[in-house]
Write a protein that binds this ligand. Structure first.
Ligand code: PLP
Length: 404
């Protein structure tokens, strides 16, 4: 039984008003709201446990360390990694990708080698590779898509060359909602001996994740996209890869011994965790994962599928609407334009009705170029949204349309 009333009650912000209207929060791809359990865990840790981790013999430090390492274990369980050594805490998806872009290209690539991304990537999965490309003369190859927003798998197969060293692809597009066939893409890449990084920023809150079943070599996500605090993220990497890669940043925690002559590095995962980690944030993330696990990721996915079907019908019925991203089995994100109404005007007027959507290029300018547009309005749903909110969105769009 999916208790939507209880779920909504768990998120205090959902009961607030904006401009005297009930908040309809549909900007979940940008960030999700936080349940009380997460906020209280963070507050309580600051009030009663706070101490730096790993370095203290005293009681509080040990307790904070236990919470931090238990959080790592919670993440491991949530994504079904083999070992907690494969869970590296970072600041978020962006830092996780930068870490791999920097260390993988350093250790495993030379000039003229190729990295493959898709046309629907977030800038976070484009620019780190471009920076590496500029440093090392690496070539970026781009997997195309069709007009529905489905990746062209034939073209993908053909893009492999003996110089292809890595594929880095979004699990779910933040703009189109396309759920890419990452398991199949990994299998194809592995048949050519090429590892794959899966950007799970937009799948982590919607799809049960099993990194071993996906056979992904790297899987990255941000805590704030899955009802956890900002400033924390995860890099999952198979141990065989993480062992091969050099440290990303230097500092405390990532070392074994330091002398001016020679420094040796810590074991996994600490080799990649320089400096004081956000140990309060990791605890918050673990509470968020506990929260969605208690509801059930399968149940959440089923509920959101129903919401997606309903919203697809309601939005498609609006005269003059153009939906971008119509891949079968898409996630609950809707990018659209209506007639000649500028996306910014639509977003601003919806906001006045209490409806929070995002407008613009959604950090996917190459995708906008592929679609031949400047930007869209994006409504993105989460586990706490309702059909009534879909109705409010549809009515709001109709109202704006009539104004124009
Ligand atoms: N990748 C995708 C697909 C995203 O949607 C986002 C954020 O919207 C990111 C990467 C970057 O995430 P963060 O800003 O949390 O690092």
């Amino acid at each position: 039984m999916y208790d939507i009333a209880q779920i909504r009650a768990d998120f205090p912000i959902l009961s607030r008003q904006v401009y005297g209207k009930p908040l309809v929060y549909l900007d979940n791809s940008a960030t999700t709201q936080k349940p009380r359990a997460v906020v209280e865990a963070i507050t309580n840790e600051y009030y009663s446990v706070n101490a730096n981790v790993h370095r203290g013999v005293h009681f509080l430090s040990q307790q904070a360390t236990e919470l931090h390492e238990a959080s790592r274990e919670t993440v491991r369980r949530f994504i079904h990694a083999r070992s907690a050594n494969e869970i590296v805490f970072t600041r978020g998806t962006t830092e996780s990708i930068n870490l791999i872009a920097s260390t993988f290209t350093e250790a495993c690539m030379k000039e003229g080698d190729e990295v493959m991304v898709s046309v629907m990537e977030h800038h976070s999965n484009i620019v780190p590779w471009q920076l590496a490309a500029a440093r090392k003369g690496i070539v970026l190859k781009v997997i195309p898509m069709d007009d529905q927003g489905v990746l062209d798998m034939e073209a993908y197969r053909k893009l492999f060359t003996p110089r292809t060293m890595l594929v880095s692809v979004a699990h779910v597009s933040n703009t189109l909602g396309t759920v890419n066939p990452v398991r199949e893409m990994v299998a194809i890449a592995h048949s050519r001996g090429v590892p794959v990084l899966v950007d799970g920023a937009q799948s982590i809150s919607h799809i049960p994740i099993d990194v071993q079943a996906l056979d992904a070599d790297f899987f990255v996500f941000s805590s704030h996209k899955v009802y956890g605090p900002t400033g924390v993220g995860v890099l999952y990497g198979k141990e065989k890869w993480l062992d091969r890669l050099p440290p990303y940043q230097g500092g405390g925690e990532m070392i074994q011994t330091v002398s001016f002559e020679r420094t040796t590095f810590n074991e996994l995962p600490f080799k990649f965790e320089a400096g004081t980690p956000d140990y309060i944030g990791t605890h918050g993330l673990a509470k968020a994962l506990d929260y969605v696990s208690a509801i059930g990721m399968d149940e959440i996915a089923a509920y959101e599928r129903e919401l997606t079907t309903y919203a697809t019908g309601r939005l498609n019925a609006i005269p003059g609407i153009r939906l971008f991203g119509e891949a079968p089995g898409k996630s609950c994100v809707f990018s659209f334009l209506v007639g000649n109404i500028h996306h910014l005007d639509m977003g601003t007027l919806l906001d006045r009705l209490g409806i929070a959507v995002r407008t613009g290029h959604h950090c996917a300018q190459p995708l906008m170029q592929r679609l031949g547009i400047e930007g869209t309005v994006r409504a993105s749903f989460a586990l706490y949204n309702t059909k009534e909110e879909v109705d409010a969105l549809a009515a709001g769009i109709e109202r704006v349309r009539r104004m124009f």
